[in-house]
Design a binder for this molecule. Structure first.
Ligand SMILES: CC(C)(COP(=O)(O)OP(=O)(O)OC[C@H]1O[C@@H](n2cnc3c(N)ncnc32)[C@H](O)[C@@H]1OP(=O)(O)O)[C@@H](O)C(=O)NCCC(=O)NCCS
Length: 152
């Protein structure tokens, strides 16, 4: 893994570069409009890139009062399973702590086992399930959401 990695805050100028990663990572990706509505204000996001400017991945968080929510986390599929997701998640947790968060929340698809493993290994625990919350990634039917949280 390169040690020339850098995190930089996501701005609206990044959206066109981040959308291809968003689109390949999710069966129901954010639109550009949704992405841009999650930049600035109570939202905080960072992208992880090599100095070559190739973006490896990103996360978007939300901070309200004393709690943070992980809204999105993606690693370019060509860069997955190399430890970058773990780095991004830990960076998000540190940023949330620095803002004063005492708890972090997230929702994950019941069938997204790799993301659940990532979160559980970071100390998140399952709090509840939302039955049929997501449209299924298979294009028909619905899928449960698992709500997880981490006390900081
Ligand atoms: C979830 C995601 C961010 C993980 O990023 P990644 O760079 O592949 O993950 P890492 O290589 O850092 O692995 C971190 C941990 O995730 C888990 N993990 C990653 N890939 C896995 C796989 N194929 N199967 C099972 N667990 C896996 C493991 O617990 C791993 O820790 P370990 O290597 O110590 O066992 C990435 O797969 C992704 O972008 N997925 C699509 C978008 C998405 O689902 N986002 C989450 C929405 S809630």
């Amino acid at each position: 893994m390169s040690n020339l990695l850098k995190y930089t805050p996501i701005t609206t100028d990044d959206i066109s570069q981040l959308m291809p990663i968003e689109n390949t990572c999710h069966s129901h990706p954010w639109t550009e409009k949704t992405f841009s509505s999650c930049i600035g204000g109570r939202y905080f996001g960072e992208k992880l890139a090599e100095t070559t400017e190739k973006i490896i991945g990103f996360y978007v968080g939300e901070f309200v009062v004393d709690e943070a929510t992980l809204m999105d986390i993606c690693v370019d599929p060509t860069e997955q399973s190399k430890g970058y997701g773990k780095k991004l998640l830990h960076h998000f947790i540190e940023q949330a702590k620095a803002k004063g968060a005492i708890k972090i929340w997230l929702e994950v698809r019941a069938k997204n086992i790799s993301a659940q493993m990532l979160y559980m290994n970071a100390g998140f625990i399952e709090i509840s399930r939302r039955t049929g919350y997501y449209p299924s990634s298979k294009g028909f039917g619905y899928e449960d959401a698992i709500v997880m949280s981490l006390k900081l």
